[in-house]
Design a protein around this ligand. Structure first.
Ligand code: ASP
Ligand code: MG
Length: 467
């Protein structure tokens, strides 16, 4: 098989984990598979870099020097713990140390002028993956494989210049990546590609948004027309509910892209939504595999969900700690621009809206917002709207959760909502707001934070999702 294997930061958090990842790749290559590897930065490194970039812009020279030294030390240790061969180890240490020196110079340069542009920020953020990919390639070599490291740009991923959230130009990208990788892979070389980073047509480094390594895996998979993309995790696969809340939660064998996307939006992000979107477009099957148990099939994510009879609901997910903002006023009736305005105000404040519902009387709009954004959202909406006559009040309620019931089988099956709300009524759980996407793939509703566990368990039981 031709596979793309993606490893996240937690999977390459230290030397022992690099070794473990190496042995997984080796196992499939020696079985005869062609594997392209995509890796994230070591765990928390991108956060450290984000922080260092900000401190550099505040001219904190000592802080950024220390951050660069700490990162150098962490990668040095990981290399020493994961590479046995002296020659490979020495070569790797030398190249890691040169990259870290470059990082330090860049940070000190930023600190010198005290200016951080989106472009230089992306350059700093990319160092995590520019360190982890060569390190992993060396580990593979140490295990006897022919391996070669690439950055996203080197392998041919070209994006626009929307730094921090760059979009790949898929036509040239797929062509270039295919030309770069296919001959190598046919020659028995295992490419190791830095996730998350790419470059503009002018060769300036960009990043494709936090969590973007999954996206890289999709892009590479689409380019080399692989059989499957395997996303390796330290969980055993996708589950019918959070196993911390629901003891008898079960593994999901197969789920559609659309369903997985709903899960991603509702707090159970296993694969980045951009990666799923790209995979759906190129009909690229994904599989979530367990590092701890590679023999396990894992959960496959495919174009069309298999809907078995009676299998209406796939999973119950939840997001804890949301605030509910309600914008109300009788003269909102028939003012269609108001909802757009509300959303624009929140977008301008960079506040994430998790769920929206509007009463059909149009007297109010209710929005669910992650806890950190609630007060900020209320302030911004009050400032902009209270003078407008249409709006009487912007109120906020804190301490809530969203519960979402997800499944393709819900489409066109009457009575699912009734069942959900009957279950909630039986449990005596009050529902504060409800939303259903027109795709009918999910019903989401808001309840008190303290009722979440009981609600998820009751629905999980009621739809017989448990093992
Ligand atoms: N290292 C990047 C991040 O932390 C990309 C990724 O891990 O997917 O956001
Ligand atoms: Mg991730």
């Amino acid at each position: 098989m031709r596979l793309v294997m993606k490893f996240g930061g937690v999977s390459v958090a230290d030397g022992a984990k690099f070794r473990k990842v190496g042995s997984i790749v080796q196992r499939y290559v020696s079985r005869g598979d062609q594997v392209a590897v995509v890796t994230s930065a070591m765990h928390s490194v991108t956060n450290t870099l984000t922080d260092a970039a900000t401190q550099a812009s505040r001219k904190k020279r000592d802080y950024v020097k220390k951050a660069a030294d700490d990162l150098a030390e962490r990668h040095r240790k990981a290399a020493e713990d994961s590479i046995e061969d002296k020659e490979i180890r020495a070569r790797t240490l030398e190249s890691l140390s040169a990259t870290c020196e470059d990082l330090k110079n860049v940070l000190l340069g930023i600190a010198h002028i005290g200016e951080l542009t989106p472009r230089s920020r992306d350059y700093v953020l990319g160092f995590g993956e520019r360190l982890s990919a060569p390190l992993l390639a060396s580990v593979l070599e140490d295990l006897g494989l022919k391996a070669r490291a690439f950055t996203g740009g080197e392998v041919g991923i070209v994006t626009d210049d929307d730094y921090g959230s760059a979009q790949p130009l898929m036509n040239v990208t797929t062509l270039q990546v295919r030309q770069a990788l296919e001959p190598l892979m046919e020659d028995g070389v295992t490419p190791v590609i830095s996730g998350f980073i790419a470059q503009t047509q002018e060769g300036i480094q960009t990043t494709m948004g936090r969590g973007g390594s999954d996206f890289t895996a999709s892009i590479v998979g689409a380019s080399i027309r692989c059989d499957e993309v395997w996303v390796w995790k330290d969980v055993d696969g996708l589950m019918t509910a959070n196993p911390k809340l629901v003891k008898n939660a079960k593994f999901i064998d197969s789920i559609s892209f659309a369903e997985a996307m709903e899960l991603a939006h509702f707090g159970a992000e296993v694969i980045h939504p951009k990666a799923l979107e790209c995979a759906a477009r190129y009909q690229l099957p994904f599989r979530v595999k367990s590092i701890a148990d590679p023999d396990r099939q894992g959960s496959s994510i495919v174009s069309e969900a298999k809907v078995k009879d009676g299998d209406v609901v796939k999973a119950i997910t939840n997001i804890n700690d949301v605030d509910l903002i309600t914008v109300s006023g009788a003269s909102m009736v028939g003012t269609p621009r108001l909802p757009a305005k509300v959303l624009q105000i929140l977008t301008d404040e960079a506040i994430d809206v998790l769920m929206i519902s509007q009463s059909s009387s149009e007297e109010s709009i209710t929005l669910a917002i992650p806890k950190e954004g609630g007060s900020k959202a209320q302030n911004a909406l009050e400032l902009s709207l209270l003078g407008s006559k249409q709006v009487r009040e912007v109120s906020m309620e804190a301490g809530l959760s969203i519960v979402a019931v997800v499944g393709a089988g819900m489409r066109g099956t009457p009575g699912v909502a009734a069942r959900v709300f009957t279950t909630m009524a039986r449990e005596g759980i009050n529902i504060r707001a409800i939303a259903q996407g027109s795709s009918e793939l999910n019903i989401s509703f808001i309840i008190k934070r303290k009722d979440t566990e009981r609600a998820v368990q009751a629905l999980h039981d009621d739809f017989k999702l448990g093992g």
